[in-house]
Design a protein around this ligand. Structure first.
Ligand SMILES: Nc1ncnc2c1ncn2[C@@H]1O[C@H](COP(=O)(O)OP(=O)(O)OP(=O)(O)O)[C@@H](O)[C@H]1O
Ligand SMILES: [Mg+2]
Length: 422
């Protein structure tokens, strides 16, 4: 088996601070390696070092790293592709798809449920859609090693499995190797050769069996905790209305089809409501209608809340201060509970993806509003951080705050009985 990547004693520093040590890793042709570990443990930084884009993020690495292929045979699908390909031109026009024939482009686009966006501009695409387009590009350009940073995080259950199947096909038919960063270890368990487990400030470990990783144990604990928290939550729902939607209809100006069709929703004080539904079904649109960003074409929205905070899917659009310390208005209790104490003075643009997401939630809570609208608050959080955020939200609910969250996380949905299925 040809060796595509070899790493020995690679120390990774972020902003001059040691982040992690990757003791040893070999990746051969057709292998799939899962990289996992808590938020902030250096997973993204590691991929950036391999892709040689670390410098621009203030990341340095020292140690041994050898690539057994040409640089252009490597592709990298970043975790936060928000602004990576924003352009007012149609995807088909601006992305080369490496001269692949139209049939192949459309075949994969269909497989990943992005066929409908090939002709649309890339400004309005969701993170998940951009990642899937980048993924198709890497498949079609016949890359030999593909680095994938949490591409399943934005996908619903069905699309996750589809993605895993494509990876399986690429590795067995074409010998493509993948280094995949993901928190969903169960999803990958039967499809990987090894797991690289990173831990902040200590050295990495390699596991050949997913069940032996510390993550499996924390998943079990997570489920037990969620069950307990959901019992707590059920007792809290009040009677007083905070938000009402009557027969709400909405369609985008350039479309003839309605995305939101006759929706009725009644949110009470101290209620935690979850909006579920597959990608593209209008979860985020509904949140924006609630937040008064979009006006419905038909129907009525009644808001009784004193103050509403809306956190979009991209937390960077919510955060406005230079550091977490400022963003949380020096509320150290919130910083501890959202596990951000270590990064209080790190510039916001440098935070890891999970850190930004936790910060946005904590920041909304710091503002003392009584209705919080959250778009995908648990994306990319490891079990421990998922629990921390959930506890924070439930604590807020006990104080009379109402929360509406759009999510495709089954676990998050299982916390509450108030579930709206789109
Ligand atoms: N330029 C920088 N200056 C200071 N700290 C930084 C810098 N870049 C990254 N960090 C910190 O380094 C740590 C590792 O970041 P990284 O993005 O690699 O984490 P991650 O494991 O990918 O986390 P997540 O699961 O949340 O995506 C984080 O705590 C982050 O705040
Ligand atoms: Mg990351």
């Amino acid at each position: 088996m040809k060796e595509l990547l070899k790493v020995e004693g690679l120390r990774i520093y972020a902003g001059g601070r040691p982040v992690t040590l990757v003791e040893s890793l070999d990746v051969g042709e057709g292998e799939v390696v899962l990289v996992t570990g808590p938020s902030g443990s250096g997973k993204t930084s590691f991929l950036r070092c391999i892709a040689e884009v670390n410098d621009i993020f203030g990341i340095t690495c020292s140690g041994y790293m050898a690539l057994g292929i040409d640089r252009d045979e490597l592709s990298y699908i970043p975790q936060e592709p928000w602004f990576g390909m924003a352009s007012p031109y149609p995807i088909l026009e601006v992305r080369s798809f490496s001269n692949a024939d139209d049939y192949s482009v459309r075949r994969y686009a269909k497989l990943f449920n992005v066929e409908h966006i090939l002709e649309s501009n890339s400004m309005d695409l969701s993170a998940g859609e951009i990642q899937r387009i980048l993924f198709i590009e890497s498949v079609l350009s016949r890359s030999k090693l593909v680095l994938v940073d949490e591409v399943t995080a934005y996908l619903d259950e069905e699309s996750r499995k589809q993605l895993v199947n494509v990876i399986e096909e690429m590795r067995s038919e074409f010998g493509v190797a993948f280094i995949v960063v993901d928190h969903d270890v169960e999803l990958w368990s039967r499809h990987i050769d090894k797991v690289l487990y990173l831990e902040p400030t200590s050295s990495s470990r390699i596991y050949y069996n997913v069940d032996e990783t510390p993550l499996m144990a924390s998943m079990d604990r997570l489920r037990a905790e969620v069950e307990e928290l959901s019992r707590e939550l059920a007792e809290k729902v009040g009677e007083e209305p905070i938000l009402k939607l009557y027969n709400v209809w909405f369609r985008y100006p350039d479309s003839t089809d309605f995305v939101i069709k006759g929706v009725n929703i009644d949110v009470k004080r101290s209620e935690m409501m979850v909006i579920r539904g597959p990608s593209g079904k209008g979860k985020s649109t509904l949140l924006k209608i609630m937040a008064d960003i979009y006006r419905p074409k038909k129907g009525v929205v009644l808001r009784y809340a004193k103050d509403i905070q809306y956190i979009p899917e991209n937390p960077l659009l919510y955060l406005s201060e230079p550091t977490p310390r400022d963003e949380l208005m020096k509320n150290t209790d919130l910083a501890v509970k959202s596990n951000l104490i270590r990064v209080l003075d790190t510039p916001i643009m440098r935070l890891s993806s999970g850190e930004k997401r936790r910060l946005a939630v904590a920041s909304a809570l710091a503002r003392g509003s009584d209705l919080i609208l959250l778009d995908e608050p648990s994306v990319g959080l490891d079990a421990e951080n998922f629990i921390s955020i959930l506890k924070l939200l439930i604590e807020a609910v006990s104080r009379g705050v109402s929360i509406v969250t759009a999510t495709h996380s089954r676990l998050l949905s299982s916390v509450t009985r108030s579930v709206v299925q789109l």
